[in-house]
Design a protein around this ligand. Structure first.
Ligand SMILES: [Zn+2]
Length: 82
């Protein structure tokens, strides 16, 4: 195989992979957008917001992709998987 063919093959492969990555990313975004809103486990309210990582436990949860939330209605804190 000539080096130009090798180069073209590499470029094509790279382009295909980049396209696949973009498709994967948009699928993830779509899943995130379609995901129902997080709900408070105590009062069932969807009026929740992300809570800041304020302690080592939250940091561990963060690493496991569990995010801390706080409920506007009853002020309870809970974790939900991202
Ligand atoms: Zn609540």
């Amino acid at each position: 195989m000539r080096w130009t063919a090798v180069l073209r093959h590499a470029v094509d492969k790279f382009a295909a992979e980049a396209k696949e990555r973009r498709a994967h990313l948009s699928r993830n975004l779509l899943t995130m957008m379609q995901r129902p809103a997080e709900r408070c486990p105590r009062c069932g309210s969807s009026e929740v917001h992300h809570s800041h990582r304020s302690n080592p436990v939250d940091r561990v949860f963060w690493l496991l992709r569990w995010r801390a939330y706080r409920c506007h209605m009853c002020s309870c804190r809970f974790h939900a998987h991202e």
